[in-house]
Design a binder for this molecule. Structure first.
Ligand SMILES: [Zn+2]
Length: 837
């Protein structure tokens, strides 16, 4: 640390500190917090012991580190006079550099928490590879440097930066580099990576400092990275650049939130990771510049997400197409919900809290953390999810080409994002503003905070989230007056989210209580409820309960003179809640989910006789929580008796039989092999989905003319056909990024099969993607002579969006059928389902 300017380095942390003006609330840095036991501690320990070395090793074995070496070699040999020499990148994407930076950042966070000379040395060695790949003027982007004579990828322009608004990811890589450089300097005091960052930032200053060219970063994160460089150095050029990269937006499309000036944006649109990084960057610039317009915009956008676009698990970015936020209430259960989007959502929510001191942001943070983020990594620490759906059929390769959790990905953004988040988790537990000390996350831990100039030691004893009893021992270095603020979660007040997106069937607030040294101060916080869409957590009418404790923005505040070993006990009862989705969410109509405390539950086929979609969680069913210490780590499961199961009789009608069910925390699903999973179950038999009978199409082998990496073919014949143009959501298959081409999808049958009709539902993502209805399509069959012949007798091939179209033709008996399609000029196309009769 001694190498860094002391002026600005007041504290450390994922959102650390600060020159004169920054967030009004400051996190207690993660270096001052130690998780000591319990769920978060266990996941963090696995993160450090398994995920960290695994990620560093994957960066090597996947050749991401080699990219840096090949870039360095190219520079060296060309400098020595080999004019034609260049290297072909051995990895798949121009943004692969960023995974190395994120892994480095995660490693640095681990080093901040625990000294480890071998790891520190390993990082220094890795940094020498990065340094060698930096061009003399500071430019760092291995794909161009190793292949300078011509772009090595369609996404790269011959000129630097010019395709960043599209897909080059030059600035994206740098954003992650800066975050890593900041973390590494904080952790080790070494400037090795930071100097690379500053040299790069000087180049940005040269190339963009005068506001020209007006390049809007295609994938945000540079804004957060520059804010960290500003905090680290106090050099306001970096803050101005961060602001420039925000203000330059507004001349492109929604995909990268470039459709409007950022301060005029009011809805979450486009690619969800980009979006959440953007909103986090806007929060940073709002905090550092004091410009209220950014905060006004992200407050509106946050309300849009929490009011209409957030899954129950706290996952966001529902659409696979464009990895994007959907429309309002577009919350399908077979959704995308990239792990990175949930991680970025944590960053954004934490910043909103730091700006406002309002607990509702940490309520949402908690929901995402315990559910949609922790689901992204296996209990073993070395298997990952890219998408985090709320429903799975037990077989589809929906995880970027893998069925179930995968060890790594061609596009490996998610694993190191989880790594760096879990490594710095302690930094989200506590915060300080003036004389207020906030307790945001409940987890067994020890922390030292500085409150109003004096040190306070905090010890937290709890089995949260499995039990709602929390004991805090408060030990100020000398007796002193300050305010301890305990977050009273929205779920304890009978409200899953600070919006009407989800509701509990029984919304009665819990009878929670706070005691200080055995004396009850606050009891039964809020019987009078009514906080549904109130902007702050509690209505003002009930804010003052006793002279010693008040409720303020979702916190129970206890102001007193604290002395050594004062003990505070918070009891949050944890009844099991049945949850309903807002009626506007098509995918959850007639369905119910279970929650207990901050934990969202899921049902796996493995625990439920192999199937879950046919299960019915009747209102009369009894639900009993049970702590199982050696099951899936250590969890509370829910035993359900008096449920039922719907089966389909031969005539197609439904009958019910009684059933017992078992639910596990959503975050630990898919740790025991492939099996169906559902968060939402039917409330009655009419909404159950017993297995459909196999069809000609569902049993056929599917091949396609083009399949970009990771695209899953199952949607084509998964028997999820939209019923009409406005029906709820089904997964799609599309040919993107092919545009204007002729493509086909084929079904091969096990034996010659007589077919006479097909039904197709066409996909069109106008507004978020580049798929449109095709120009034309037709059905051809595999003739005995081996050729493909059009079927006859089909009078017309109608084309409608979503609404299924059925085409009959003269029967043919064939081994294979093809759907041929001509894509519209400049657009791609896709389908939801192709059924054959
Ligand atoms: Zn990702």
């Amino acid at each position: 640390m001694k190498h860094l300017p002391a002026v600005v380095l007041i504290a450390l942390g994922p959102s650390a500190i600060t020159a004169a003006s920054d967030y009004p609330v400051q996190p207690v840095p993660f270096t001052a917090v130690r998780l000591t036991e319990g769920l978060l501690h266990a996941r963090q320990a696995t993160n450090q012991l398994v995920t960290l070395p695994f990620a560093l090793q994957q960066c090597e074995s996947s050749k991401r580190v080699l990219n840096f070496d090949l870039a360095a070699e190219t520079m060296r040999r060309r400098a020595a006079g080999e004019t034609g020499f260049q290297n072909k990148p051995p990895t798949e994407y121009p943004f692969d550099d960023s995974d190395v930076y994120k892994a480095l950042e995660g490693a640095a966070f681990c080093l901040s928490v625990e000294t480890n000379a071998a790891l520190a040395q390993q990082l220094e060695k890795l940094i020498t590879h990065i340094a060698a790949a930096q061009e003399p003027d500071g430019y760092l982007y291995t794909w161009r440097t190793m292949h300078p004579d011509s772009p090595a990828h369609d996404w790269i322009d011959q000129r630097r930066w010019m395709k960043d608004p599209q897909l080059s990811h030059e600035l994206y890589n740098l954003g992650h580099l800066y975050e890593a450089g900041f973390a590494h300097a904080q952790a080790t005091g070494s400037r090795s990576l930071l100097d690379i960052c500053l040299k790069s930032a000087e180049l940005l200053q040269t190339d963009f400092g005068d506001g020209d060219p007006r390049i809007a970063p295609g994938h945000q994160v540079i804004e957060m990275g520059l804010a960290k460089l500003y905090r680290q150095s106090g050099d306001d050029r970096w803050l101005k650049l961060a602001k420039f990269f925000l203000d330059v937006r507004g001349r492109g499309g929604e995909y990268s939130q470039d459709h409007k000036p950022v301060v005029e944006q009011d809805k979450a649109v486009g690619h969800a990771v980009r979006a959440n990084y953007l909103y986090s960057g806007m929060a940073d610039v709002a905090a550092l510049t004091g410009d209220p317009r950014y905060l006004a915009a992200i407050t509106k956008i946050w309300e849009n997400v929490v009011g209409t676009k957030l899954h129950l698990t706290g996952g966001c970015g529902a659409r696979a197409s464009g990895e994007a936020y959907g429309n309002d209430y577009e919350l399908p259960n077979r959704c995308y919900n990239e792990t990175c989007a949930a991680v970025a959502f944590l960053f954004w929510n934490h910043r909103m809290f730091l700006m406002t001191g309002d607990a509702k942001y940490m309520d949402v943070f908690e929901r995402s953390l315990y559910n949609g983020v922790l689901s992204g990594v296996s209990l073993s620490g070395d298997r990952f999810f890219y998408p985090n759906p709320l429903e799975y059929d037990g077989r589809t390769a929906n995880n970027h080409g893998h069925a179930g959790r995968a060890p790594w990905f061609g596009c490996a953004c998610c694993p190191p994002n989880v790594l760096r988040t879990l490594a710095s988790l302690g930094g989200y537990c506590y915060a300080v503003k003036g004389e207020k000390l906030f307790v945001n996350l409940y987890a067994q831990s020890e922390a030292t905070a500085t409150v109003a100039g004096s040190k306070v030691k905090l010890q937290q004893f709890t089995e949260y989230p499995w039990d709602g009893k929390i004991k805090l021992r408060v030990t100020p270095e000398k007796p002193g007056q300050f305010t301890l603020c305990l977050r009273i979660p929205g779920w304890a007040e009978g409200q899953p989210l600070p919006s009407d997106l989800y509701t509990y069937d029984d919304a009665t607030p819990s009878e929670w209580s706070v005691q200080v040294n055995g004396k009850t101060l606050v009891l039964n916080g809020l019987r009078s409820s009514g906080r549904k869409s109130a902007p702050s957590h509690f209505p003002e009418s009930v804010s003052r309960l006793t002279s010693a404790a008040t409720l303020e923005k979702g916190f129970a505040e206890i102001s007193r003179e604290w002395k050594a070993d004062d003990e505070v006990t918070l009891e949050l009862p944890m009844p099991v809640h049945r949850v309903a989705g807002n009626e506007k969410i098509a995918a959850t109509r007639g369905l119910v989910a279970l929650e207990r405390g901050p934990i969202v539950y899921a049902f796996e086929g493995l625990d439920n006789d192999g199937s879950v979609f046919d299960a019915v969680l009747l209102a009369a069913a009894k639900i009993k929580p049970e702590r199982r210490k050696n099951f899936l780590g250590d969890v509370v499961v829910l035993n359900v008796t008096g449920a039922s199961r719907a089966t389909r009789k031969a005539d197609g009608s439904l009958e019910s039989k009684s059933a017992k069910l078992l639910a596990i925390p959503y975050a630990v699903w898919a740790n025991r092999g492939l099996t169906p999973m559902a968060v939402w179950l039917a409330r009655d038999a009419a909404n159950a989905r017993p297995p459909a009978r196999p069809t000609i199409a569902s049993q056929a082998k599917v091949t396609v003319s083009f399949n970009r990496s990771g695209m899953n073919l199952d949607p084509i014949n998964d028997q999820l056909m939209p019923r009409n143009a406005t029906d709820g959501f089904a997964p799609d298959f599309d040919f993107w990024p092919h545009k204007g081409t002729k493509e086909w999808i084929a079904y091969e049958f096990a034996q010659p099969t007589r077919v006479s009709a097909v039904t197709v539902s066409w996909f069109d993502d106008t507004g978020s993607g580049e798929c449109r209805l095709p120009v034309s399509w037709r059905i051809v069959y595999h003739a005995e002579d081996g050729s493909w012949k059009p079927v006859t007798g089909a009078s017309d091939y109608p084309i409608r969006k979503r609404d299924p179209v059925r085409v009959t033709f003269n029967p043919v008996t064939t081994r294979a059928l093809r759907l041929e399609v001509e894509l519209a000029k400049d657009f791609s196309a896709g389908i939801y389902e192709w059924e054959v009769e």
